[in-house]
Design a binder for this molecule. Structure first.
Ligand code: NCD
Length: 306
């Protein structure tokens, strides 16, 4: 992060940069818990959250992080922007930069769009999810949540379960976890697994029950139906039967197995309610950690450089 103006993907960060961000986030979280008022280190700054896809967690989390640091956030959606009138995305963001905005946080259905925009802007661009490419702050907050419970992730066994092919969260998790020394497994219908996934240093498992006893973490993903053009599996019922995280598939799991999900969750499809509401599930811890993580990212990209 020291060398880069933007955060477009975890692929481009070193293991050291990733572990520093995780450590700093955990210490910021501790200090936020002790004194409820963080110092407004970004006061009078303005950020645009440019969200061209639906979002609850990521957008609100960025906006809260921005406000906690004393800055303000302006939301632009596709419907409310001049892109709707035929303007290009690049022209839109050049106008925002001309207004003196200090940074753009963007979510876009097209993979690569934050990297393209970042190249043309002087101000930092943070990728809040681009197509099925990357979602770096989600990958980092997942890593923070796992590290908080497990300490070092070296040689820990982590399974990412579900629609790997259409998931930016899967890709950012794979980069973050492999750079942290974890053993990463992926599982899901073969039609939802990229053919060359092992090139990313992960192992495919057809039936999670064959490895469940040695797993430390399962990160469950939603089926990204909005990004699928054809039927990748026969029915939701069949998907749940083979790949949904149900209690019976966890019979042989260690009692301390951690269960994560980036949200939004679809209960009864990729994960059963019994599992969601069980004691090992960290879904809301992930959401909570997202605030401190995003504050840490903003500190690195803005505060430390000005
Ligand atoms: C994810 C996303 O939008 O990429 N959610 C999130 O940001 N927390 C995952 C998803 O939509 O399934």
């Amino acid at each position: 992060m020291k060398s880069s103006k933007d955060l477009v993907g975890l692929r481009f960060l070193s293991s050291r940069e990733i572990s520093d961000l995780v450590k700093e986030t955990l210490s910021l979280k501790k200090s936020l818990a002790q004194s409820s008022k963080p110092k407004p280190s970004l006061s009078w700054r303005t950020f645009v959250t440019l969200f061209f896809e639906p979002s609850t967690r990521t957008r609100v989390s960025f906006e809260i992080a921005i406000k906690l640091m004393g800055a303000s956030a302006v939301l632009i959606t596709k419907e409310s922007s001049s892109v709707q009138k035929g303007e290009t995305l690049l022209d839109t963001v050049l106008n925002l930069q001309a207004m003196g905005v200090d940074g753009v946080i963007m979510r876009h259905p097209d993979g690569g769009s934050p990297a393209f925009i970042a190249k043309h802007l002087k101000i930092p661009v943070i990728n809040a999810g681009d197509g099925f490419h990357e979602h770096p702050t989600q990958g980092l907050l997942d890593l923070v949540t796992m590290t908080e419970k497990l300490g070092s992730l070296k040689n820990k066994n982590v399974l990412i379960l579900g629609d790997i092919a259409h998931s930016r969260v899967a890709r950012s998790n794979i980069w973050a976890l492999t750079k942290s020394g974890a053993n990463v497994f992926v599982s899901g219908p073969l039609t939802l697994i990229p053919a060359d996934i092992q090139k990313m240093g992960v192992t495919y498992v057809g039936d999670l029950r064959t490895i469940v006893s040695k797993l430390d973490v399962i990160n469950v993903l939603r089926i990204q139906s909005e990004r699928q053009q054809a039927g990748f599996f026969p029915s939701i019922r069949e998907y749940r039967h083979f790949f949904g995280l149900t209690r019976d598939k966890l019979q042989d799991a260690k009692p301390e197995l951690l269960i994560l999900h980036p949200g939004p969750i679809n209960r009864g499809i990729e994960i059963d309610s019994e599992v969601v509401d069980g004691p090992q599930t960290l879904i809301l811890d992930q959401v909570q950690n997202g605030i401190a993580l995003r504050m840490t990212v903003l500190k690195h990209l803005i505060e430390d450089k000005t």
